[in-house]
Design a protein around this ligand. Sequence first.
Ligand code: AHR
Length: 502
Amino acid sequence: ISAHLTVDPHFRIGAIDRRLFGGFVEHLGRHVYDGIYEPGHPSADADGFRQDVVALVKELGVSTIRYPGGNFVSGFRWEDSVGPRAERPRRLDLAWHSTETNEVGLHEFQTWLEQVGSELMLAVNLGTRGVAEALDLLEYTNIRGGTALSESRRANGRDLPFDVRMWCLGNEMDGPWQLGHRSADDYGKLATQTAKAMRQLDPELQLVVCGSSSRAMPTFGEWERVVLTHAYDDVDYISCHAYYEEKAGDRASFLASGVDMDRFIEEVVATADHVKAVRGSDKTIDISFDEWNVWYIERYHGVDKVTGIDNWPIAPRILEDHYSVLDAVVFGSLMISLLKHADRVTSASLAQLVNVIAPIMTEPGGPAWRQTTFFPFATTSRLARGAALQLKLEAPLYDTAQYGAVPVVDSVATHDDASGASAVFLVNRSQDESVTMTVDLATLGAVRLVAAETLSDDELDVANTLDDPERVALHPNTSARIVDGVLTVELPPVSWTAIELA
Ligand code: AHR
């Protein structure tokens, strides 16, 4: 089968914010402990941070990193995580039924962020706490000195403020599983009060109010409307969270997960703009898609979940999904979906980064390696610069049980005026047919093919594991060529491809 695209740098969707390539580190399972932090590991530095992991996080190319949760944050007391380590309390983490030692806290995490070159995005606890504690944390992080909490930060070893710009007002407050779960009305009021108070302290903050924890939530749509009706003037972003998995062998729908993400984004944009219209506001709310990934949640509930009144392990092996080639192709298509909405999705966080539903895995005392999903993230983060372009795509449709008829191919292109570089990202969702793709590049002028790389495999279930950490990688797509301003490339069945042009 064949498909056709026209790329034109004049038709821009929007500038690509680097925050679109953000990550997420939650105190969860082996993410922090035995993940990024493992004193005694041969590659650990004096602070206990594994330098093999630092190198992989840098290679991945993550911008802002959301911290410290996730569900964890809704029971978190930030004061526990600062000050002399020997005096930090061990606490129950009710979200993941674990013990939090607080050995790594705000200061240590900031040290690690400086090593990987990423920016801190903090979440405040609006589950078991409220306005006062959010203000305390903000005073601790952003006030130069001369007050109790800012001086406490200085005494704890950080003279200058953390100066955190971006803040999440709680996490997934629409979810019944969330500590302190609230109705949209109650959360909308609390989020607004917290936002106003935080901005009274630091007017330049960028604030994210919680949207729905998935498009499938029964309150989706109405939650956004009610919350934004309260918070519209006081926040900059509304969050989206989405996780995808293959359910009941329905591979055709799983491959079309990007269609669900497209619809989710467009529905949240429509709802935010509805509130804008009702208020007669000039301001536009953007989306912070601050949790997205492939996640086998059914497996977590069936196998991983820790329970028992006497069982609160430290850093248990939970949510350690091993991603297949199939998963990575879907993952790549989710990045295409985010880029296609670069005008309104101006921040996103891959959930998560190390060991826990992560592109990077580690073994205590052993190696760190790249999961299959590492490749589409790293490549997209490296190549997608400048602006995302509106494409004219002509592709056949296929039927899915979940989303009806959807295009076999999805794609986005990017163009950077400054360097003249362009990139095209393509996914072939067909399970049995390759696609001969032609891309009209005439309006880009004389372009050169720098590289074409494809992720595909005859065995869709293979993954990179401790025993075989390099089984899956990107491969040069030798079919790609440009003749008379038209790029032709063969897209194998179930594949993700990146084309780099200069
Ligand atoms: O990323 C794992 C969990 O997924 C997060 O803690 C929560 O916010 C979401 O439900």
